[in-house]
Unconditional design. Structure first.
Length: 106
């Protein structure tokens, strides 16, 4: 199981009431469930920011290793999982196909 962090948060009374209403309406199980959802949703908005700046040859090797483990995968999924920008992933795939390390899916 991944390591977790327990953290407190200070909310306005009006925010607490709005969250409680959502819980009562069945949108969330409890405060912790709401907060996890809110944090994960916000983090997804910024996923494009978290890309690694690595040497192309290293990126190409990582892409090849990833595709070997999960052959039927889209470039955007590779980019997301490896924290690489989509342009680098597409260039790596093209180069790997050119070098006959990968084949185009049919």
């Amino acid at each position: 199981m991944p390591e977790t962090l327990v953290s407190g948060v200070r909310l306005l009374e009006s925010e607490r009431k709005r969250i409680e209403k959502l819980i009562e309406m069945g949108y969330h199980k409890n405060f912790a469930d709401f907060l996890r959802y809110a944090v994960r949703t916000k983090l997804q908005e910024f996923e494009f920011v978290f890309v690694r700046d690595i040497d192309f040859e290293i990126a190409k090797k990582e892409v090849l290793e990833f595709v070997k483990k999960k052959p039927k995968v889209y470039a955007d999924e590779i980019a997301k999982e490896l924290d690489l920008d989509i342009e680098t992933v597409i260039k790596a795939i093209d180069k790997l196909i050119e070098e006959k390390e990968l084949e185009v899916a049919k």
